[in-house]
Design a protein around this ligand. Structure first.
Ligand SMILES: *Cc1c(COP(=O)(O)O)cnc(C)c1O
Length: 390
């Protein structure tokens, strides 16, 4: 039996704890050491131990994370980078040539749009944004032979739109594009895009995978082929790799991903249900609510609805700002996916870079990253803060 076969028979929770995590053969230490080293001694010129030569090309701590990431997403290869955007940049450089076209969801992470629309635009990369829930609109937006990437994010940020990965993969492939899914919001515990037909999975491991708001990182997972060779070359030749300590912290976080995601999802569901009908709120965006337009699709392609939800305030932008500044347990901060609850005002925080573009978000919108605290404490905090703006 090969290693891959063993993995596929294991359950996710087990893989998350064991893949790539062999104990240290020298001492028996159950946790593989953090290889805080930049270079590796050679047994004679070219005599590499375990293939390691110089840490930009490979470091055992990073390798253990990369093996783990690939196993979690069901892909052949994982690559770990210094940040989510560094991972995205490596993928874009690997996959695109000047003149190529990218079609992006119209509410992808603002930084993704900025990266493509400013930095890669300078290298002659064209882009268009489209509503990914509207399959006909996507068919119309892709240019066969020219569109090389169809880039989607589901659930999306911050409007929690759900798009159909399998259907979009078919549309992308028919046009000759690769299909990239940013799986940061769902995490591989709740959704596995490669199994649904996507070609590449992107993560900001800064979020749920790391899970403790103490480390920045990004990842790409993909299968064998020409693109894999190019991604590996980008990682090595451009060098935006994660350091050993960051890789180790991410591995440590991933071990509890399954239990954390269960609690994030349960807390967010309870909060969403509690907030329905609140007089201070105009609208709630959470895919776990039956009234959410993507609810059925999410139930089909995900195994849970996740910990992110957004709300729109009846009182407009000023009420939204006051709400975000009034919670006590929900800390006012960018980012998401950590054990602690966060509240954000996308229009001026995470999505400030897309103001004035097609990706602009409503100014009365508040985004919650629901943590894994006791849900009653979270509900009390939100009720109190909402009472202050009603
Ligand atoms: C945070 C985030 C990114 C960017 O990742 P960094 O680690 O901040 O560089 C990309 N996509 C999504 C959905 C994100 O939330």
């Amino acid at each position: 039996m090969t290693e891959t076969e063993t993995m596929s028979e294991q359950h996710f929770e087990t893989t998350a704890i064991h893949a790539g995590q062999e104990f240290d053969p020298t001492t028996g230490a159950i946790i593989p050491p953090i290889y805080q080293t930049s270079t590796f001694v050679q047994d004679g010129i070219g005599g590499f131990r375990g293939g390691y030569e110089y840490a930009r090309g490979g470091n055992p701590t990073r390798s253990s994370l990369e093996t783990l990431l690939a196993a979690l997403e069901g892909g052949a290869h994982g690559y770990s980078f210094a940040s989510g955007l560094a991972a995205e940049d490596a993928l874009l450089r690997a996959a695109l040539e000047p003149g190529d076209h990218v079609v992006l969801g119209n509410d992808v992470y603002g930084g993704t749009h900025r990266l493509i629309n400013t930095i890669h635009k300078k290298s002659g990369i064209l882009n268009d944004t489209v509503e990914m829930m509207d399959l006909d609109a996507v068919r119309a937006a892709v240019i066969p032979g020219t569109t090389k990437i169809l880039w989607l994010e589901t659930p999306s940020n911050p409007l929690m739109k759900i798009s159909d990965v399998a259907a979009l993969a078919e549309i992308g492939h028919a046009a000759g594009a690769i299909v990239v899914v940013d799986n940061t919001f769902a995490s591989p515990y709740l959704q596995q895009p490669l199994a649904l037909g996507a070609d590449v999975v992107v993560h900001s491991t800064t979020k749920y995978l790391g899970g403790h708001s103490d480390v920045l990182g990004g990842a790409l997972v993909l299968n064998d082929g020409e693109l894999n060779e190019k991604v590996g070359y980008q990682q090595f030749a451009a060098g935006a790799v994660s350091g050993p300590m960051d890789a180790w912290l991410t591995v440590r976080g991933i071990k509890t991903l399954a239990v954390r995601m269960d609690r994030h999802s349960a807390n967010a569901q309870a909060i969403a249900e509690h907030l329905v009908g609140h007089p201070a709120l105009e609208r709630i965006y959470y895919p776990g609510l039956e009234a959410h337009p993507g609810h059925e699709l999410a139930a089909r392609q995900m195994s849970g609805f996740g910990g992110m939800l957004s709300v729109q305030l009846v009182g407009g932008p000023s009420a939204a700002r006051r709400f975000a500044e009034s919670t006590k347990l929900f800390s006012l901060a960018e980012s998401l996916g950590g054990v602690e609850s966060l509240i954000g005002y996308p229009s001026e925080m995470t999505h400030a870079s897309v103001r004035g573009t097609a990706l602009e978000v409503p100014e009365n919108l508040i985004r919650l990253s629901v943590g894994i605290e006791n849900v009653n404490d979270l509900l009390a905090d939100l009720d109190e803060a909402l009472a202050a703006v009603s």
